[in-house]
Design a protein around this ligand. Structure first.
Ligand code: HEM
Length: 449
């Protein structure tokens, strides 16, 4: 149903000229965040561009972002970039919409209450200790690889209660195959539907079937054993108001969604944080001082978190400069107004954390890594959508407490024992996909602190 809308300005928001057929596709390039930043700096807080027949707006004013994610949220759905993962995430929280999504969100929310999330702190500490026991001074590591392995282990243990290393590797391997293939589809202008038996599609379908079979096995096992303190158990027990519970298929979709939404994002937070610290000795020294004062060599537990303000500021600042999710998108389901322009049904609105987090109006000297900016209550003074590493509105990340606690525990546990020196020939660049890993990894050498 179309709403009555008042349009103040004719046409599309300003943007770069494109070609007749491809639009601006050739200008976007692999570092698409540079294109977004240029767009916002050249054309202002609402700009537009085109990819083929597809119209996109880039919105970077906090009030306009709020209008999309909060005020008009019911008139938007997730854009193509999220929907492409439906074959693997099914109807999980990230990819579902409307009443179904809302009912699932209500059902899942209690599993992410702060008190319950805090009970996972010992698992995070234990698995970090296990990782550290395999490290030694002088060892060459890739930080992204190490932290992905750790956050994946933490996700599988807190989700499924899974300890078995072999099982973990099987899940990881099949998932990575599926995700790589789906991400490759995203980068293509045209992909044949999944049911067409091309060799790539057959491989992808096999990888998806493998992951599903593994996760179904975990669910069957969990149902047959006394329930424990893991997320799958709380999801199995969760009841709707009418007394119904999630089906096995829904449990599988939600479990895969939580795993995929949670582990790489947190690994990237840790990877980029350590990168920034390796370049900023003074900030690292202040962190080490805070840990010595508050923890004295211990791994933090849930009670310590509030006593580590500098650690929290460092993580905030790292997620400002290197937001693991660097853009989110919505597609209009009806004709709407935004910033005085008409948003036609089917248009995509992009909001980029990479761009917003570099707005000098809110973050003076925006490229500077300066954790101190967070220490005097900046978070409380900023407009709601000036800083949004976890998104916002009704689709705010359900795992934000989980991620912040995990990042704090791992950072302090690792940083009290080791420091990292980046490999002298390391080339550090970003690779914006759905998340933003370092393009060539993050090679470093371990040194005892
Ligand atoms: C630093 C780590 C993380 C970052 C930066 C992050 C970021 C985000 C963002 C930006 C969204 C909103 C996407 C949108 O509106 O289109 C989101 C949604 C979501 N995240 Fe996270 N996330 C992180 C960790 C986690 C963890 C640890 C979990 C699970 C344990 C998780 C589960 C989810 C789920 C299920 C959603 C969809 C929520 C919904 O639509 O109802 N995330 N995340």
């Amino acid at each position: 149903m179309s709403r009555s809308i008042t349009i103040a300005k004719a046409g599309l928001p300003p943007g770069p000229k494109g070609t007749l057929i491809g639009g601006n596709i050739s200008q976007i390039g692999p570092r698409r965040v540079d294109f977004f930043l240029d767009l916002a700096r050249t054309y202002g807080s609402i700009a537009s561009f085109r990819v083929g027949g597809w119209h996109l707006f880039l919105v970077s004013d906090p009030e306009l972002i709020q209008q999309v994610l909060v005020t008009d949220a019911r008139h938007y759905v997730k854009h193509f970039g999220a929907r492409v993962f439906k074959p693997i995430l099914g109807n999980g929280l990230v990819t579902s919409e409307g009443d179904f999504w809302l009912s699932q969100r209500r059902l899942m929310q209690p599993s992410f209450l702060k008190s319950l999330v805090l009970s996972y702190a010992p698992i995070m500490a234990e698995l970090t200790t296990a990782m550290l026991s395999k490290w030694a001074p002088g060892k060459a590591v890739d930080l992204e690889f190490e932290f992905s392995g750790l956050t994946s282990a933490i996700a599988l243990k807190t989700l499924f209660g899974l300890d078995d290393h072999g099982e973990r590797e099987k899940v990881d391997q099949s998932l990575m195959e599926a995700i790589d293939a789906l991400t490759a589809r995203l980068d293509k202008t045209f992909s044949l539907p999944l049911w067409v038996p091309t060799p790539t599609n057959i491989r992808l379908r096999r990888a998806i079937a493998n992951v599903k079979a593994l996760v179904d096995g975990f669910i069957a096992r969990k149902r047959s054993r006394p329930l424990a303190n893991d997320l799958l158990s709380t999801m199995i027990m969760a009841q709707r108001e009418d007394g119904t519970r999630m089906s096995d298929q829904q449990l599988r979709d939600e479990a895969m969604t939580l795993y995929l939404a949670g582990y790489e994002t947190t690994a990237l937070t840790l990877t980029w944080t350590w990168y920034l610290l390796s370049q900023h000795a003074e900030a690292e020294r202040k962190l080490v001082d805070e840990w010595a004062r508050v923890l004295g060599g211990r791994i933090p537990n849930a009670d310590d978190l509030a006593a580590l303000p500098y650690t929290s500021a460092v993580i905030h600042e790292a997620m400002r400069l290197y937001p693991p999710v660097y853009a989110i998108g919505r597609e209009a389901t009806t004709d709407l107004e935004l910033g005085g322009y008409r948003v036609k049904r089917g248009y995509t609105i992009l909001m980029s954390q990479w761009v917003s987090h570099r707005d000098p109006k809110y973050f003076p000297d925006p490229e500077r890594f300066w954790p101190e900016r967070w220490l005097d209550g900046l978070a409380g003074r900023l407009p709601k959508f000036a800083y949004y590493p976890f998104g916002g509105g009704q689709r705010l990340c359900i795992g934000s407490h989980f991620a912040m606690m995990e990042a704090t525990i791992v950072l302090a546990a690792v940083g009290q024992k080791y420091k990292f020196t980046l490999a002298p020939d390391a080339v550090i660049d970003i690779k914006p996909q759905i998340t933003m890993p370092p393009k060539y990894g993050m090679p470093a050498t371990l040194e005892l602190r």
